[in-house]
Design a protein around this ligand. Structure first.
Ligand code: HEC
Length: 108
């Protein structure tokens, strides 16, 4: 009897462990892909200087018409430019890419 209980305990422990090890990984991946919304990142990190639509005043370039492709945008956002801070420590690479995609989409 004791052995059976021990066996069951070990079994259920093993089951809960393997659940913990695998489930959150796939959940987290799905979440990251779904929640990176370039518009939300822009509103949170960029709009205070660039305006909600990428146009504010003469202190910041008009992002609706700026002549930079996605790679150029990623470079400037990641490393910063002039008075604009670098975002490499503030945003995930995927967030920077999402915001660059958003700006590119404005150019069309
Ligand atoms: C603190 C204010 C500030 C914030 C926050 C800010 N910017 Fe800027 N940004 C500037 C200024 C000022 C410039 C002009 C820099 C220059 O040319 O000297 C600029 C320039 C740029 C440029 C043009 C860079 C180039 O190479 O010519 C892009 C693209 C840009 N910002 C995108 C963004 C994005 C996307 C975000 C949010 C992730 C952001 N900025 C956040 C102030 C800001």
């Amino acid at each position: 009897m004791k052995k059976t209980i021990l066996f069951l305990t070990v079994l259920s422990l093993a089951a809960s462990c393997s659940k913990k090890a695998s489930a959150p990984t796939s959940d987290a991946t799905a979440k990251v892909e779904k929640t990176i919304d370039g518009a939300a990142v822009f509103a949170r990190s960029c709009a205070r200087c660039h305006g909600a639509q990428g146009i504010k005043d003469q202190r910041t370039p008009n992002l609706q018409t700026i002549a930079l492709d996605k790679a150029g945008l990623i470079q400037s956002i990641t490393k910063g430019k002039g008075f604009m801070p670098a975002f490499e420590d503030k945003l995930e690479t995927a967030e920077i890419a999402a915001v660059a995609d958003l700006i590119v989409s404005w150019h069309k």
